[in-house]
Write a protein that binds this ligand. Structure first.
Ligand code: MN3
Length: 202
């Protein structure tokens, strides 16, 4: 079954001024669409055609680079759009807020460490907050890899992921990745992250 591009759960201009309209149009409509199209091309007529996206991603080490990169791209972006929301930001509450405070000391310290992992990722990739062995951990992956992949350096269940490819921020922030990472907290839906956290902690 062919994969399809999920609709954005908000308008392209909904994340202004933190993520600009043109970036959202190109990022979702061109980049994400290309991952979907190239994934479909790569699996057509192969046994991978009948696998779920999560199955493909989890077996990244034994699939072709085209399926790994485009399957990862499709999974990562589908996850990313859902974590972003207009009128979001603020601070996480409940179990998630408590766990971030007890693991990292404070929300601000968590953000600093997350930014360090993001800025430290050479070239293109993603920064993640994951649940690993019942605990929160920050990690990063290159290219379109993610922590679900069998090949990931640090494996776990992603509850928050931020795209640090230049295409995610270059039009508005140019080379200022750290500035983009400072602004993105204004559009992170902690409610959504808490949902993932509850599932991953079961
Ligand atoms: Mn991207």
């Amino acid at each position: 079954m062919a994969f399809t591009l999920p609709a954005l759960p908000y308008a392209h201009d909904a994340l202004e001024p933190f993520i600009d309209t043109t970036t959202m149009q190109i990022h979702h409509g061109k980049h994400h669409q290309a991952y979907v199209d190239n994934l479909n091309k790569a699996i057509a007529g192969t046994p991978n055609e009948n696998k779920s996206l999560e199955e493909l991603v989890k077996s990244a080490g034994s699939i072709s680079p085209a399926v790994r990169n485009n399957g990862g791209g499709h999974w990562n972006h589908s996850f990313f759009w859902e974590i972003l929301a207009p009128k979001a930001g603020g601070a996480p509450t409940g179990n998630l807020g408590d766990s971030i405070n007890s693991t990292f000391g404070s929300l601000d310290t968590f953000k600093e460490k997350f930014a360090a992992a993001s800025v430290g990722r050479f070239g293109s990739g993603w920064a993640w907050l994951i649940v690993k062995d019942g605990k929160l951990e920050i990690s990063s992956t290159p290219h379109q890899d993610n922590p679900l992949m069998d090949v990931a350096e640090t494996k776990g269940s992603p509850i928050l992921g931020v795209d640090v490819w230049e295409h995610a921020y270059y039009l508005k922030y140019q080379n200022r990745r750290a500035e983009y990472l400072g602004a993105i907290w204004n559009v992170i839906s902690w409610d959504k992250v808490a949902e993932h956290f509850a599932k991953a902690s079961k």
